[in-house]
Design a protein around this ligand. Structure first.
Ligand SMILES: [Zn+2]
Length: 483
């Protein structure tokens, strides 16, 4: 990773600790090798003056729903520090109660829910605390003898925390482990199979420590060269069939996109890909997006899916209790040997998030194998995150989706009149739309990623075929044609 710190940008924050917190959080958020799509969190301990002029010690911690890359001051929730420290001393606390207690301790009632790691941030006795899910550090921990590797790399400069569920349990674990610790001797904390923390009273020192520890991990892994791969020609009809059977299994339509990069193709061609790809995710929080394992596309799609579904149901019944509601059993990504890596999602945003996570995951697995063996957490730990009470609660609250969510439409004569109205109405209903018109202006007419404008003469059979191919490459299939 590059150190992106810029003194004049930092000085522009003046004495405002929260502004500085926003600044250095974004530096972490900008690097996909540190955090991906909402991962990681940061905080600053500061004071908050209320309407009466009373000062309160607070932890400004990343609020849920915010992304470090784009976070603003209002993305940090001010939580009373004394309450967080008392919570840390409770013998036990459910995550729902923790969320409740943390909301109750907010000094701004309209702030977002504080990160589930707020208590852990509170007990770290430094002003600035940074937490990332660095690919390189997590990869080292996800190998055979991962802990020994971390220990020999960092020595006593870091505290090594065995994997426990994020949230209260993790905060409790760290509190217990550090009763006798002299924090000033630590440069950071490595959480096995999860990520790392750095801290300092100075924003730059904490950020520098993050960059330093991650750089050391990257050097330890070294560079792996990906062989040049002869590109395989994509059979769009096959991809559309795959998307169709996956959507059927899910019970709702999903978009699909294939990555045929050298890295993806090389990964799918490994002789043991079915084994290494299904050991588990890079970090447990990815399971919400990617499920625990991908579909391995071998032979007949329907049969491969049936095996996947059966395995998912077995995994659920092995680990679940009565209060769990089973999620759909469809995969969110697939390894298609010789073709590439396919991502699935209900929206383009989902597709993009899954695609990024999977790219980093495959690269980490390849690194882990190179280091002597990729090893992920046992299925029961992954299940605990996938079926976390907070996630299950979100599920119960989620409303109904739009009527065309996950559907792919093609509209001809889309540059004007009825065609244009159809495009707009389909997009409003949640569909992604390929808008065709003989008028070349159609390509630039629509903004927003849910519409792809293509010039196409619909009396030309080859032009139509190309438009359909492009549609499948972009979105995975075709459900609705308006002509
Ligand atoms: Zn984390």
């Amino acid at each position: 990773v590059k150190n992106l710190w810029n003194n004049s940008d930092a000085e522009a924050c003046g004495e405002d600790l929260l502004a500085l917190r926003v600044y250095s959080s974004r530096l972490i958020g900008q690097d996909p090798n540190l955090v991906l799509h909402g991962g990681g969190n940061t905080s600053v301990k500061s004071s908050y003056t209320d309407l009466f002029g009373d000062h309160h010690e607070v932890l400004y911690v990343k609020g849920s729903g915010w992304d470090l890359e784009t976070i603003e001051a209002e993305g940090f929730s001010p939580v009373r520090l004394d309450v967080l420290l008392r919570l840390a001393r409770l013998p036990s606390l459910t995550d729902s109660d923790m969320v409740h207690a943390q909301r109750g301790a907010l000094l701004n009632p309209s702030a977002p829910n504080p990160s589930v790691e707020a208590i852990l941030h509170a007990i770290i006795p430094y002003r600035f605390v940074d937490h990332s899910h660095s690919d390189a550090v997590v990869t080292l921990t996800n190998t055979v003898q991962g802990e020994e590797r971390i220990r020999s790399l960092y020595g006593n400069r870091v505290l090594i925390v065995p994997y426990v569920m994020p949230g209260f349990e993790l905060a409790k674990k760290v509190a217990e482990m550090t009763l006798e610790t002299d924090w000033s001797e630590l440069q950071g904390m490595i959480l096995m199979n999860h990520g790392l923390f750095t801290f300092s009273d100075d924003a730059k020192c904490s950020y520098d420590a993050m960059v330093q520890l991650v750089t050391e991990a990257e050097l330890e892994i070294g560079t792996r060269t990906t062989p040049d791969v002869v590109a395989t020609k994509l059979c769009t009809l096959e991809l559309a069939n795959l998307r169709s059977v996956v959507s059927h299994t899910a019970g709702f339509p999903m978009l699909a996109r294939i990555s045929q990069s050298d890295g993806s193709q090389d990964f799918t061609r490994r002789s043991n890909v079915a084994d290494i790809a299904t050991r588990g995710p890079l970090t447990p929080d990815h399971v919400i997006r990617t499920k625990r394992v991908p579909l391995i596309v071998e032979g007949d799609f329907t049969e491969a899916l049936a095996r996947y579904t059966q395995d998912y149901e077995d995994y659920f019944s092995r680990h679940s209790s009565d209060h769990h509601t089973r999620l759909d059993s469809a995969p969110r990504w697939a390894v298609w040997p010789g073709q590439g890596i396919v991502s699935f999602g209900r929206s383009l945003k989902d597709l993009h998030v899954v695609g990024d996570i999977v790219e980093h995951t495959c690269s980490a697995i390849a690194d882990g194998e190179y280091l002597g063996g990729w090893r992920a957490l046992p299925a029961e730990d992954i299940f605990a995150v996938e079926y976390w009470e907070l996630e299950q609660a979100k599920l119960k609250k989620s409303g109904t989706s739009l009527p065309f969510q996950g559907k792919i439409a093609m509209v001809t004569g889309a540059a004007s009149g009825i065609g244009r109205a159809c495009v707009e109405s389909l997009v409003e209903g949640g569909a992604v739309v390929v808008a065709l018109d003989i008028d070349a202006d159609v390509a630039g007419m629509y903004s927003g990623t849910n519409i792809l404008g293509l010039r196409c003469d619909v009396t030309d059979g080859l032009a139509i075929k190309n438009a359909v191919d492009t549609t499948v490459q972009q979105f995975g299939g075709l459900d609705i044609v308006v002509s």
